[in-house]
Write a protein that binds this ligand. Structure first.
Ligand code: NAD
Length: 543
């Protein structure tokens, strides 16, 4: 059972009350949620994190955080005040000047320790994700793992930041180093509360930058634990600051000239605004946006592998993954018939609490998402789609979950471009099935879609796979792999409408995004050596 241990500032500390170190998080390595909060429990007030301290906000505006499985308010998050936002940016700016002087080997040592602490707190972070975001515990562990892997890769910083040099003329050498940018603003979505902050934080640290991070106001818990662990690992005060809120916080990050770059992951509307405004104010911006990921199945595919893969990729995490498969493209009549079997298996998936180890998928994040998905299903049905499997009106067996935002796996067939189920990102466990006659038509369908995050082909033909990988216009391509998210030795390479910017998250592109090159050209004449080294008894004179 979760114990909320919010302690307000007390007992005559000489520090200001807002910087009271007596604040604690609502979890610890030994005590974290294993079940939903009992009704009537007082909501926890989420602190911010500035200059190495948990900070109690003085804000008058607080947003409720609901458990998506019960819709009970479990905690609150502040709209950080203008002064608090200013304090966070000032603390990041101040810390930058000393942090960038740390030797790379010292920063690497801290990164190793950070990785160790993330591993020790793996279940604790996952549990907080289940409570606030609703996904299953196993899936939440995956959320943490994919972030942890970026932190592990960041430990390679000495190699990633190795300078290059060349003797460009006799006795003249040019060396190119990569230097940090300064303060980086990081704005995160609700669906991966640990992975997305960790897509950028470890690289921000090791490259010598500092950070002001805004978690989603719906799921701040994981980011708060990550901040605590970073401090414990030796990340100095001010290098990581966590602020909260909505537009006012985003606008501060966009407008403050001390913030040099922004990493954003989220929906199209916010992403376009942040990219446009950020770049117009001279900042570097990398922005990962929405998606509509297709899985094409050819008649020669391994049917069982395909059915398991499509169900996992469409309905896992209740479809709230930017790489979820939301469109199945069946090629020809044979694969069209397989959809009945997909639906039969999908109907067996268990919808329920993320804390229940038998659940396959949890709830949607909020009632608005549930309403939106239900409306899209109804509108598409009116436009000619067939509801083969209907997850609406899901009834939880346990009355505790009667008000949860649950939607069961839903499959729509006879879907065509122009219908909302095809055109819009639903971000729910809804699979739209489009049937085409030929492989070429399937490729054309994907290529004309405005998004380019992920795509998969299921086939046993090497020739078809070769044609597909060469001709498909999409950033992350899977062959018999439904969710082809690259590990962090590569980068997250969504393209078209799924990405704005030039340099992707993590991997080499991530390091390049977070650093700027400096070339140093030096000329030391070797012919002067004898003269320089010759002993002299004369009074030295400056030249
Ligand atoms: P969102 O855009 O609503 O919110 C993302 C962040 O932006 C939050 O911190 C939020 O406070 C802020 N924000 C929201 N609206 C804003 C606005 N109008 N102006 C300024 N800031 C605003 O996204 P979400 O609902 O939290 O996350 C789901 C979306 O994120 C989906 O579209 C999903 O595809 C996308 N996503 C993409 C990737 C990827 O790598 N491409 C990964 C994860 C999620």
């Amino acid at each position: 059972m979760l114990r909320f241990v919010s302690k307000s500032a007390q007992n005559g500390l000489r520090r200001s009350v807002r910087y009271a170190s007596t604040l604690t998080l609502n979890s610890s390595p030994l005590s974290y949620p294993t079940n939903h909060v009992e009704p009537g429990t007082e909501p926890y007030l989420t602190p911010s994190f500035h200059n190495g301290q948990l900070v109690k906000s003085e804000s008058k505006t607080w947003f409720d955080i609901h458990d998506p499985a019960t819709n009970q308010v479990i905690s609150k998050v502040p709209q950080s005040t203008a002064q608090e936002l200013e304090d966070a940016v000032a603390s990041a700016e101040k810390a930058f000047h000393s942090w960038k002087q740390y030797s790379i080997i010292k920063r690497q040592g801290i990164a190793f320790k950070f990785v160790e602490l993330l591993k020790k707190n793996h279940d604790r972070i996952a549990a907080m994700i289940v409570l606030e975001q609703g996904k299953t515990f196993a899936d939440a562990r995956g959320d943490v793992l994919r972030g942890l892997q970026v932190a592990e890769a960041a430990c390679n910083a000495p190699n990633d930041l190795m300078a290059s040099s060349l003797e460009v003329a006799t006795d003249m050498e040019t060396k190119m180093v990569r230097e940090p940018l300064g303060v980086v603003g990081s704005i995160c979505p609700f669906n991966f509360p640990a992975m997305v902050p960790l897509w950028s934080l470890p690289l921000i640290f090791v490259t010598g930058n500092t950070c002001v991070l805004k978690p989603s106001e719906r799921v701040p818990g994981a980011a708060m634990i990550i901040a605590e662990l970073a401090a414990e690992a030796g990340v100095p005060p001010g290098v990581l600051n966590i602020v909260h809120g909505k537009h006012d916080t985003v606008n501060k990050i966009l407008e403050d000239p001390r913030i040099k770059a922004i990493t954003f992951v989220g929906g199209d509307k916010a992403g376009k605004y942040i990219h446009e405004k950020g770049t117009s104010l001279g900042k570097r911006v990398q922005a990962n946006l929405g998606a509509k990921n297709h899985l094409i199945v050819l008649p020669d595919a391994d049917k069982n592998h395909f059915i398991n893969a499509v169900n996992g990729a469409a309905f896992g995490a209740a479809g709230q993954r930017c790489m979820a498969i939301s469109v199945l493209v069946t090629v020809g009549e044979k694969t069209k018939k397989w959809v009945e079997e997909v639906a039969a298996d999908a109907a067996q998936l268990k919808v329920g609490s993320g804390f229940d180890s038998s659940s396959d998928l949890g709830p949607l994040i909020n009632p608005e998402s549930l309403t939106k998905a239900s409306e899209i299903i109804a509108d598409s049905e009116k436009a000619g789609a067939t509801v083969l499997l209907d997850g609406r009106n899901f009834k939880a067996a346990d009355a505790k979950f009667a008000k949860g935002n649950f939607l069961g796996p839903t499959i729509l067939t006879n879907v065509k471009p122009g219908m909302r189920a095809y055109d819009e990102e639903i971000f729910a466990p809804v699979l739209a099935v489009v049937n085409v006659d030929t492989f070429d038509e399937a490729i054309e369908l994907v290529n004309s879609n405005r998004y380019g995050n992920g795509v998969a082909l299921f086939t046993q033909s090497g020739a078809a796979a070769q044609k597909f990988t060469k001709n498909i216009a999409c950033g992350q391509v899977g062959v018999n792999v439904p969710i082809p998210v690259p590990l962090p030795m590569f980068s997250f390479t969504g393209n078209k409408g799924s990405f704005l910017g030039d340099l992707n998250f993590y991997g080499k592109a991530g390091v390049t995004f977070l650093t700027q090159p400096k070339t140093i050209t030096s000329y030391w004449k070797t012919s002067n050596v004898e003269e320089v080294l010759k002993p002299s008894t004369a009074m030295p004179i400056q030249h």
